[in-house]
Design a protein around this ligand. Structure first.
Ligand SMILES: NC(=O)c1ccc[n+]([C@@H]2O[C@H](COP(=O)([O-])OP(=O)(O)OC[C@H]3O[C@@H](n4cnc5c(N)ncnc54)[C@H](OP(=O)(O)O)[C@@H]3O)[C@@H](O)[C@H]2O)c1
Length: 277
C-alpha cells in the first residue's frame, strides 16, 4: 500500500468515498488502524466504528489522530473550500504528505491556493464501477507534486480498478467520458434489455444478455487491443441481420449522440470548476 502512510478519507461515506473505502479494505493492503473516515453528519459514518474504523465529523481532529495522513477528498466541488478550511484547523496539516481530490472540475491550482504552500496535490477522476473494483481512474499532479506523489495516489486507486495518468488539461474530458460514462452505459443497457423484451424475451434474461454482451464486447476490446470498428466488421455479415440493425443505429444517430454527450459533460465539468473560482 502507501508505504508507511495512513489515510484520511474525507467524505468517505458518500458514493465515491464508500467505493474507495471498500476497495482499499478488500485489497487487503490497508491496515484499518491506519485509516479514518469523515462525513458531514455523524450518522453517515458511525456504523464504521463497529468495523474498527475511526470516524467522525471533525476533519482537523481526525487528521491529528492519524499523525500526518494522506488525505483523500471525496466531497462535492462546492464543499471543497469549506472542507480544506476544516483540515487547516490542524496545525500539522501543512505537513500533509499528499492531498488527493476527486472533486469534479476543481483544478489542482485552485486547491493549492487554499492549502498551506507546498502540500503536494493530486487530482483524480474515478468512476462508479470502483464499487466492484472495476473502475478506471485518471490522475494528474499539481505543481508541488512529484512523480512519487502521483505513484502514491495510483496505489490508492489501483485498489478500485485501472489507473491512467494524463495531463491536467485532459481531466474535464476524462470526467465527460469515464466519470459520467457509467450513466451512458446504463442507458444503453436499458435500451438493449427493452429491445429484448419487445421481441418477447423474459425481462430478467434480457437484462443479463444485454449486460453480459456489453461486458464481453468491452473485455474483447481491452484484451485484444483491436479497434471496435474492426471487431464490428467481424460480426457483420454482408446482407445479414447485424448490418440491418447497424443501419438503424446510424439513421437514429447513436454514435453521434454519444459523441455529443461526452462533449456536453466535458463542458459542464469545466464550468463546475469555474463556478468555484
Ligand atoms: N459518484 C460518482 O460516480 C463520481 C465519479 C467521479 C467523481 N465523483 C466526485 O466525487 C465527489 C463525491 O461525490 P459522491 O457522488 O460520492 O457524493 P455523495 O455521495 O453526496 O458524498 C459526499 C460525501 O461528502 C461528505 N461531506 C460533505 N462535506 C463534508 C465535510 N466538510 N467533511 C467531511 N465529509 C463531508 C458527505 O457527508 P454526509 O453523508 O454526512 O452528508 C457525503 O458523505 C464529488 O466531488 C464528485 O464530483 C463522483
Amino acid at each position: 500500500m502507501i508505504e508507511g502512510h495512513s489515510i484520511l478519507l474525507v467524505g468517505g461515506a458518500g458514493k465515491m468515498g464508500t467505493a474507495l473505502l471498500r476497495g482499499l479494505l478488500e485489497s487487503g493492503n490497508l491496515d484499518k488502524k491506519k485509516l479514518a473516515v469523515s462525513a458531514r453528519h455523524l450518522r453517515s459514518v458511525e456504523g464504521l466504528s463497529g468495523e474498527g474504523i475511526a470516524c467522525g465529523t471533525v476533519n482537523g481532529e481526525l487528521f491529528d489522530s492519524l499523525g500526518t495522513p494522506v488525505v483523500v477528498l471525496c466531497v462535492h466541488p462546492d464543499e471543497v473550500t469549506e472542507t480544506l478550511a476544516q483540515l487547516a484547523e490542524s496545525k500539522r496539516f501543512r505537513e500533509c504528505p499528499l492531498l488527493v481530490s476527486v472533486a469534479t472540475g476543481i483544478r489542482t491550482d485552485q486547491i493549492e491556493s487554499e492549502v498551506p504552500d507546498g502540500i503536494p496535490v493530486v487530482r483524480a477522476m474515478p468512476n462508479l464501477p470502483a464499487r466492484i473494483r472495476a473502475g478506471v481512474t485518471v490522475v494528474c499532479r499539481g505543481q508541488h507534486a512529484q512523480r512519487e506523489h502521483e505513484e502514491m495516489a495510483e496505489q490508492v486507486f489501483c485498489s478500485i480498478g485501472r489507473v491512467l495518468r494524463l495531463d491536467e488539461k485532459h481531466m474535464d474530458a476524462a470526467t465527460g467520458l469515464a466519470g459520467c460514462g457509467p450513466a451512458y452505459v446504463f442507458q444503453i443497457l436499458e435500451g438493449l434489455a427493452h429491445g429484448g423484451v419487445q421481441v418477447g424475451l423474459p425481462r430478467e434474461e434480457a437484462l443479463i444478455m444485454a449486460a453480459q454482451t456489453l461486458r464481453g464486447a468491452a473485455e474483447l476490446v481491452l484484451e485484444s487491443g483491436v479497434h471496435p470498428a474492426v471487431l464490428r466488421d467481424q460480426v457483420t455479415t454482408p446482407g445479414g441481420c447485424t448490418v440491418a440493425a447497424l443501419s438503424v443505429l446510424e439513421q437514429l444517430g447513436l454514435k453521434n449522440a454519444l459523441i455529443q454527450a461526452v462533449a456536453t459533460a466535458t463542458q459542464s465539468a469545466r464550468s463546475l470548476g469555474k463556478a468555484e473560482e
